[in-house]
Ligand binder design. Structure first.
Ligand code: DGL
Length: 262
């Protein structure tokens, strides 16, 4: 079982930001990444539609004998992780906006969260705020349109810069000193964000924490791959294989990237 793959899924290419952290920390693991770009963005769908898509992706990865699944999508995690954990026999790792860490470190007691509508309206997101940030002012901002721009490879375009600015400036005006990226697509906007954020405003995402948690849960369940050669890395997308390939290009390991109609 420990030679079986880790499954990772997202509504599209964004979760590759999580795969990169996992591959860095766990290079001997065999990973299968599913980009459900055909159904992106998840963030504007109803909670039930998001759940059904999460089930579809999970069942595909279970058919591939995955030993653990990383839901590399905040929107799918906040809407489906409880169901997945209660209905399937393998461990699931989810990703949520890193509010706890921002709340512990903020000095201005004002934190911005940029995420999808699906995440910001979920009950899991609100219980996280209540449990870990009740004494902090949280400025919630929907990143409407950003996932679509990244999915079309336009993360550095002027159109993206302008839209992002309209989301970020009101949070800056309210005095945030932390900006939490609550969507796995958004780390690809960090170069643009760095242009518009003053140096004392920190950007945080949950990628490294997810990779550490994946390792801890594999260890706890005795599922860590003990191989001493770099693991196989497979990527499947139900739209454009070249686009997905572009997002994983910077990691110098052998990869298979293909179209698949899932
Ligand atoms: N990467 C997904 C997330 O973390 C994007 C959601 C979407 O497709 O709207 O929320």
């Amino acid at each position: 079982m420990n030679k079986h793959p880790i499954g990772i899924f997202d509504s599209g290419v964004g979760g590759t930001s999580i795969w990169k952290k996992i591959q860095e920390l766990l290079p001997y693991e065999y990973c299968i990444y599913l980009a459900d770009s055909k159904h992106a963005p998840y963030g504007d769908k109803s909670a039930d539609e998001i759940l059904q898509l999460a089930i579809k992706n999970t069942e595909y990865l279970l058919d591939k004998d995955c030993k653990l699944i990383v839901v590399a999508c905040n929107t799918a995690t906040t809407n489906a992780i409880n169901y997945l954990r209660n209905n399937y026999p393998i461990p699931f790792i989810g990703i949520e906006p890193a509010i706890k860490s921002a709340a512990l470190n903020t000095r201005s007691k004002t934190v911005g969260v940029l995420a999808t509508k699906g995440t910001l309206t979920s009950s899991l997101f609100h219980s996280t705020i209540q449990n870990h940030a009740s004494n902090i002012t949280i400025i919630e901002q929907q990143g409407k349109g950003l996932v679509e721009l990244i999915e079309s490879g336009n993360m550095n375009a002027d159109e993206t810069r302008m839209l992002l600015k309209t989301y970020v400036q009101p949070m800056l005006d309210k005095g945030i000193d932390y900006l939490v990226l609550g969507c796995t697509h958004y780390p690809y906007l960090i170069p643009l964000l760095k242009e518009m954020l003053p140096d004392d405003v920190k950007i945080i995402d949950s990628g490294e924490a997810v990779a550490r948690q994946t390792k801890a849960i594999l260890q706890k369940n005795r599922l860590l791959n003990t191989a001493s050669t770099i693991g196989k890395q497979q990527f499947f997308t139900n739209t454009d294989a070249e686009l997905l390939e572009y997002f994983v290009l910077s990691v110098p390991v052998d990869k298979e990237v293909r179209f698949l109609d899932f």
